[in-house]
Design a protein around this ligand. Structure first.
Ligand code: SAJ
Length: 403
């Protein structure tokens, strides 16, 4: 392995900060760059601005040891990593403005021999575009710097562990770039580092999340079919999964978060004719959320007709998946908000949050006692085995009752 290179990490969010801290913990000097002054100040105090197990302790240590320093501006360095967001804009078109502005800001600091690695989820061909952009501004660097794409694939809630142990696909714009990038990741990854080209690595990332989206869509479609057929979908899936080659995932309120609900669109927007299945999966998972909302509203209206009063509805869970506090793109939050906006009496419950700026939260015990209709939207551990009056209406959209 080479001597320890200096590193710039562009973007100190959910991926950039843990990665920067892990690299710094291996004794490499890392400058973490973020455009948000508040984030930079927090990190330089040894604190963090996101929720992730074990991260605060690690950041505290590497900042104290002077291996991680945060700044709003990049410095000249041996290796540059880019881990900034790639949201979509308009009709599901990828928005590369964060990636391009990160590249723009490192261009003046690049010196011959530098290695630039893009980690942000990106449409196929982005690494090539990044290369062309750099050479347009600094033609004298042509043939003297190295560029690669290496997607992250870590699961929020287990990031530090997965960063270290997961295998990675690493694709350079040429073979020497791939080799240089692999040598760099050896400093902190113990998983296998698989060489490929940039285009393939870009597609691998998109396909991983599109694959999971597709599998969840299958489960969600089954849940709608089984509802109509009056079959318990959880029992049915459990039995189907006894087949040695069948592994059906869990239906739920829909697909949330900032990855699986976004990345498949990057394939669809670039290959619209070739991707009907990928598109349909996205639509199926989005439809499931609206289907859940309609089910709850119908139940509430039936209650009103039968009892001549408005029901109180407990919305159990707001996060985008079980046992986290992250509300980004959350289907459960969408359902709760829609009910609130449409004038239903709602008790929002989120045991992983102590407060929410937009609504007053209710504890799960109070909610199940006070509500007429209890709706499970997220299968948080806290909801297992709650004692609920058998006269109350319970709607389970995420399999809490099967546990
Ligand atoms: N979900 C279901 N049923 C399931 C599994 C998940 O409805 O059986 C829902 C969840 O409730 C959630 C959504 O899908 O709303 C996504 O959750 P997730 O746990 O599947 O994935 P994320 O978004 O937290 O992380 C994904 C991971 N990708 C894959 O598993 C292929 C992770 O490895 C990626 O690094 C991450 O996206 C990313 O950053 O791209």
């Amino acid at each position: 392995m080479e001597n320890k290179p200096s590193v710039v990490m562009m973007g100190l969010g959910y991926i950039g900060l843990p990665t920067a801290a892990l690299i710094a913990s291996r004794g490499l000097k890392v400058t973490g760059v973020d455009i948000r002054q508040g984030v930079v100040d927090t990190i330089n105090k040894g604190q963090i601005h996101i929720v992730e197990p074990d991260l605060e302790g690690l950041v505290h240590k590497v900042v104290k040891d002077k291996n991680l320093y945060a700044s709003t501006k990049p410095v000249s360095s041996d290796v540059y990593l880019v881990a900034v967001p790639t949201p979509f804009k308009g009709d599901h078109e990828p928005d590369l403005s964060y990636v391009m502005s990160a590249i723009k800001s490192i261009i003046p600091t690049l010196k011959k021999g530098a290695l630039v690695i893009l980690e942000s989820t990106s449409p196929v061909g982005t690494t090539k575009k990044m290369e062309q952009f750099i050479y347009k501004e600094r033609p004298e660097l042509k043939g003297h710097i190295f560029l690669a794409y290496c997607p992250e694939r870590v699961l929020p809630g287990n990031i530090l562990n997965e960063l270290k142990h997961n295998d990675r696909a690493i694709g350079g714009v040429d073979e020497i770039s791939t080799k240089k990038a692999i040598n760099f990741y050896k400093h902190f990854v113990v998983g296998t580092l698989h060489p490929t080209n940039a285009k393939t690595a870009e597609m691998v990332k998109l396909v991983e999340n599109a694959s999971r989206d597709n599998q969840i869509a299958f489960a969600n479609e089954l849940s709608i079919i089984c509802d109509k057929a009056e079959i318990n979908v959880w029992d049915m899936i459990a039995l189907a999964n006894k087949h040695p080659r069948v592994h059906i995932l869990n239906p739920g309120t829909g697909v949330g978060g900032h990855c699986i609900a976004v990345d498949p669109w990057f394939i669809v927007s670039e290959f619209p004719k070739e991707s009907p299945l990928i598109k349909k999966s996205r639509e199926t998972n989005n439809y499931k959320t609206n289907w859940v909302l309609e089910k709850i509203k119908n139940e509430a209206l039936a209650f009103k007709v039968n009892k001549s009063k408005d029901p109180v509805i407990a919305c159990m869970g707001l996060a985008f998946k079980p046992d986290i506090d992250d509300l980004r793109e959350s289907p459960a939050l969408f359902v709760t908000e829609s009910l609130e906006k449409q004038g239903f009496k709602v008790l929002p419950v989120e045991p992983n949050l102590s407060e929410n700026k937009d609504r007053k939260l209710t504890s799960y015990n109070d909610a199940v006692n006070q509500a007429d209709i209890i709706v499970y939207l997220v299968a948080h551990n806290e909801f297992n085995n709650l004692e609920i009056d058998s006269k109350k209406i319970v709607l389970d959209f995420c399999g809490v009752l099967k546990k």
